[in-house]
Design a protein around this ligand. Structure first.
Ligand code: FE2
Ligand code: FE2
Length: 188
C-alpha cells in the first residue's frame, strides 16, 4: 500500500474533522522529520495512520488488548488511550506494516513513554501542534518546533500533563514515566 491507499483507509474510518487533523499531522511530521534528519517516509506513514483506530469500538479494542498481550494497564482508559496501541496493532496485523519505528510512533503518540525515539517524539509533537489544533499556549509551542526536538517535546509533554492535572483528569502511568525520563536525562 502507498500514501493514497493509507489515506483512503483512514478517511473511511473517521469523521471529516479528524481526517483534516490527520492531514495536518502528516504535513507537520514530515516537515519536522526533514528538519531533524529523520526518515520522512516513515514519518508520513506513521502520521497518516496514527489515529486509524480513534473511532473503533471500545469493547473490540479492549478485546484486542486482552487477546494479543498489549499493555493491560490500558483496559478501562477508553478510546483516548486505546487507539494508539490498538492502531499500531491493526497497522501491523491488518495493513502488514513491519517497520517497528512506525509502529512504535503510532503506539505511543498519545501517552508517550520512557526512552522515546526521535520519530516517536516527532509524531507526539506533530499530533499536538499541527495547524488545525487550537488550545491556549499552542502558538508558543509552535514557535519552538524547529529549535530543538528535545526542547519542544519536553514542552509539549509538560503542557499535556499540566492540562490533565489542572482539569482533574487521571494521568496514565506511561505518561508519568515519559515525564520522569525527560527529567532524569536532564540530570545526567
Ligand atoms: Fe490520537
Ligand atoms: Fe491525532
Amino acid at each position: 500500500m502507498e500514501r493514497t491507499d493509507y489515506l483512503a483507509y483512514v478517511k473511511a474510518r473517521m469523521p471529516e474533522k479528524r481526517y483534516i487533523h490527520t492531514l495536518g499531522v502528516e504535513q507537520t511530521a514530515k516537515a519536522m522529520a526533514a528538519h531533524y534528519g529523520e526518515d520522512v517516509a516513515a514519518a508520513e506513514t506513521a502520521a497518516i495512520l496514527h489515529d486509524l483506530a480513534k473511532y473503533a469500538d471500545v469493547a473490540w479494542m479492549e478485546q484486542i488488548v486482552r487477546d494479543h498481550g498489549l499493555d493491560a494497564r490500558l483496559l478501562g482508559w477508553g478510546s483516548e488511550l486505546l487507539h494508539g496501541p490498538v492502531g499500531a496493532w491493526v497497522a501491523q496485523h491488518e495493513l502488514g506494516i513491519t517497520n517497528e519505528a512506525i509502529l512504535h510512533a503510532m503506539c505511543y503518540h498519545t501517552t508517550g513513554r520512557a526512552n522515546m525515539s526521535n520519530l516517536e517524539k516527532i509524531l507526539y509533537v506533530a499530533d499536538m501542534l499541527e495547524p488545525n489544533r487550537r488550545f491556549p499556549g499552542v502558538d508558543d509551542l509552535r514557535q519552538m518546533m524547529y529549535d530543538g526536538l528535545n526542547e519542544v517535546f519536553e514542552a509539549c509533554v509538560k503542557h499535556s500533563l499540566i492540562h490533565l492535572i489542572s482539569s482533574g483528569i487521571a494521568v496514565f502511568p506511561q505518561s508519568i514515566e515519559c515525564y520522569n525520563d525527560i527529567q532524569s536525562s536532564e540530570r545526567n
